[in-house]
Design a protein around this ligand. Structure first.
Ligand code: ARG
Length: 255
């Protein structure tokens, strides 16, 4: 064997051993996508009793996206107002949690392309006569989830007493217990809640206060993952997979 062939042989061995020990680009660590949501937001992310798996539109979407990117996904449950701090601390790679893309958050994280169009509506008790829309909330009390756009909008209403809760189910409980007059929250979640509980005692009002787009959030310095997620999202939209997931949770055609 001449020297050249020997050198080639050894460099080949090096590559193989690097791959086997998991060094370099093939490292297993790179293949696990650490995702998180606040699993209190059906039909986007929730956990059913007796079922360990997180369910919902966002959960199916992130699993399909990870598959498309050739990665495994690990999902953890973090309170909504803890998601951005968890990203900033490097504990997770992506937050997918019905999170609205807005300027304030854009100062802290990078967002993927929008993947769902949402907006805020009001839920009131079925026998409510005085609140017909957002303009009637002056002087009333309203519940919202901590750290959400619903909570921010509530805080802008004049003389409105805003009660913030950790999870959205607590807001609905408070409304039923007459602790507040209304809940401000995302339309699809309000509609799903009312459908699931057969509208007992509460109703959603048709007025939509905002138009909001959901995006996945990644760390400010992780443009690479942002790009990968966008490419995978586009692929799933093009090949019909996104549509299938959409229909599973919402029925009908997606926008
Ligand atoms: N879209 C609203 C926001 O971004 C509410 C999101 C709440 N998500 C959740 N998983 N609880 O502020």
């Amino acid at each position: 064997m001449n020297k050249k062939i020997l050198a080639l042989f050894f460099s080949g061995l090096l590559v193989i051993s690097a791959a086997l020990t998991g060094c370099g680009g093939n490292a297993k660590g790179d293949k696990v996508l650490k995702a998180a949501c606040s699993a209190d937001f059906a039909p986007f992310e929730f956990q059913e009793e007796g079922n360990k798996e997180y369910q919902g539109f966002d959960m199916d979407l992130i699993r399909a996206l990870a598959k498309e990117m050739g990665m495994e996904v690990e999902i953890s449950n973090i309170a909504f107002d803890g998601l951005i701090p968890a990203l900033e601390a490097g504990n997770i790679d992506v937050a997918i949690s019905g999170m609205t893309i807005n300027d304030e958050r854009k100062g802290k994280v990078l967002f993927s392309d929008p993947y769902y169009e949402s907006g805020l509506t009001l839920v009131v008790r079925s026998d409510e006569k005085n609140i017909k829309g957002f303009k009637d909330l002056e002087g009333k009390s309203v519940a919202a989830q901590i750290g959400t756009t619903g909570s921010t909008e509530a805080s802008k209403i004049k003389d409105c007493n805003v009660k913030n809760f950790n999870v959205i189910s607590e807001c609905f409980m408070e409304l039923k217990a007459k602790g507040v007059d209304a809940v401000i929250n995302d339309r699809p979640v309000n509609d799903y809640y009312i459908k699931k509980t057969n509208s007992e005692g509460v109703k959603a009002l048709p007025e939509k206060l905002t138009a909001e787009n959901y995006g996945m959030a990644v760390r400010k310095d992780n443009e690479e993952l942002q790009k990968k997620l966008n490419a995978a999202l586009k692929k799933l939209k093009d090949n019909g997979e996104y549509q299938k997931i959409y229909e599973r949770w919402f029925g009908g055609a997606s926008k």
